[in-house]
Write a protein that binds this ligand. Structure first.
Ligand code: GAP
Length: 451
């Protein structure tokens, strides 16, 4: 079936099932849970931290480590507020909102068709005769704060709503201190904050999230070519890490959807269980940002070569870590019946899996098996994230590892003590093979490298 024709998510996942597994297995918890939470804010638990780190390090590997034309940056969250005036965020980073004077709820004017009225049975806002909607009004999404002891207009600052501006305002620092020349990119991962009016769908839309953004500076005449190049690169990255091709598509924005800075944007859309939605944006920001900051700061942000001088155009792939986390989990989540019992498994790409290998003594109370298994685990963990587990029956321990997506389990049993071999169980095929204990680490290191 052609990608565009696929209308419904193919797989067992729903957002509710993913959220429930994440909580049950220690990936993600609602924040400040004991105080009743804070709408659409989350804390990451042990496996969530490991998965998040793996997503970020795969991004850094492909964006920075494996390239000659990229440098890294980690800019501050709170910038000089003039940055946000010049970038257009103070005046333009807003959503059109309508309020209902009857039920006192607020809705995004462009999402009325997906929003639920406060009355029961639930309808869309405006569909009851009692609904009394205001005209759309713009609501700025930036969180405000104050720097220093005095709370007045002069000390007002903002939590950044995108990491990108920290890159633009460092353009001169980077070009004058590092050996870069267009086409080149500056990549950064960091937290962003948006006072979203309609957050929801678990990690999909939240108010505090991490972004992985890269600004690629190119000669203006080459911008279109590089835009196409980055759309393709970023699409491949998601597919290489296991997203199904039928669940990923590229959609170019219509002119009326473009952000205030963009001359062209294509979204990589993923078929979430809630439908096709933006996973990552790849924008051609033209020379908008560098020109705005040059003008506002009085510092010329341009490229000066031997015989050339110009303001570069910028191509920007921007991806939310949490949104990628959700997409990878939705794609990996599977339920099946094995030996008459239900099994939930996360078929995560081994490079993303929080734990690569579980080491399990078949009988948790057998000291010889425990000793061998502990020794194998201590050796293995030097090369990859490994987990030792001797609690509960072996079947239960396998299921626990399946649910957190561990691709391999090594079981030490009686035969290990007799002939020095262990069982290697594959999460996806459930096949078990006997391999020498001696070579187990090497074998898994190789499999991980080839995955
Ligand atoms: N610098 C460009 C920029 O920020 P964006 O499309 O607003 O563009 C980029 O955001 C990516 O950040 C999105 O594609 C999405 O993955 C993620 N993102 C944006 N808002 C988010 C939110 N409220 N919650 C989670 N992720 C978000």
């Amino acid at each position: 079936m052609a990608e565009e024709q696929l209308e419904r998510f193919e797989g067992a996942a729903t957002i509710e099932k993913i959220a429930s597994l994440c909580r049950r297995r220690g990936f993600v918890f609602p924040t400040s849970d004991i105080y009743g939470g804070l709408g659409s804010s989350f804390d990451f638990g042990h496996y969530g931290v490991l998965l998040t780190q793996n997503i970020k390090s795969e991004w850094q590997r492909s964006m920075i480590q494996e390239r000659d034309d990229m440098v890294a940056l980690d800019s501050a969250v709170i910038l000089n507020p003039q940055v946000w005036v010049a970038s257009g965020h103070v005046s333009g980073f807003s959503d059109p909102m309508v309020d209902c004077r009857t039920c006192k709820l607020r809705f995004r004017a462009d999402h009325i068709g997906q929003s639920q009225c406060g009355r029961k049975p639930s309808k869309h806002p405006g569909e009851y005769s009692e609904c009394d909607l205001t005209e759309p009004r713009h609501f700025n999404l930036m969180f405000e704060t104050y720097v220093g002891a005095v709370r007045d207009d002069a000390s007002r600052a903002y939590l950044r709503p995108e990491t990108a501006q920290g890159i633009f305002v460092n353009f001169k620092n980077v070009t004058s201190s590092l050996r870069v020349k267009p086409p080149f990119g500056i990549a950064q991962i960091g937290k962003s904050f948006r006072n979203e009016i309609t957050p929801g769908n678990f990690l999909f839309r939240v108010r505090e999230f991490e972004q992985m953004e890269m600004e690629f500076f190119v000669p203006p005449a080459d911008a279109e070519k590089w835009h196409a190049y980055w759309i393709d690169q970023r699409r491949r990255w998601h597919l290489d890490l296991g997203l199904r091709e039928s669940h990923l598509r590229v959609r170019a924005h219509d002119a009326d959807e473009l952000s205030h800075y963009s001359s062209a944007t294509s979204d990589l859309e993923y078929l979430f269980p809630i439908g096709w939605q933006e996973l990552e944006g790849v924008a051609n920001r033209g020379d908008y940002d560098l020109r705005q900051h040059s003008e506002a700061s009085g510092t010329k942000l341009e490229w000066i070569g031997h015989e050339e001088r110009y303001v570069p155009y910028v191509i920007e792939p921007a991806l939310g870590v949490g949104r990628a986390f959700l997409a990878f989990l939705c794609d990996a989540y599977d339920e099946e019946i094995v030996a008459d019992r239900p099994r939930t498994v996360l078929r995560l790409h081994p490079r993303l899996a929080p734990v690569k290998a579980a080491v399990l003594p078949l009988i948790g109370k057998d000291s010889a098996m425990v000793e061998q298994a502990r020794a194998l685990h201590s050796d293995l963990r030097k090369s990859m994230s490994s987990e030792y587990d001797d609690a509960a029956a072996i079947g239960k321990r396998y299921r626990r590892q399946d649910e957190i997506g561990t691709p391999w389990a090594l079981t030490v049993d009686e035969q290990t003590l007799a002939d020095g071999t262990v069982t290697l169980r594959d999460r996806d095929t459930l096949q078990q093979e006997r391999i020498p204990l001696e070579g187990a680490k090497r074998l898994l290191v190789d499999r991980l490298a080839e995955a």
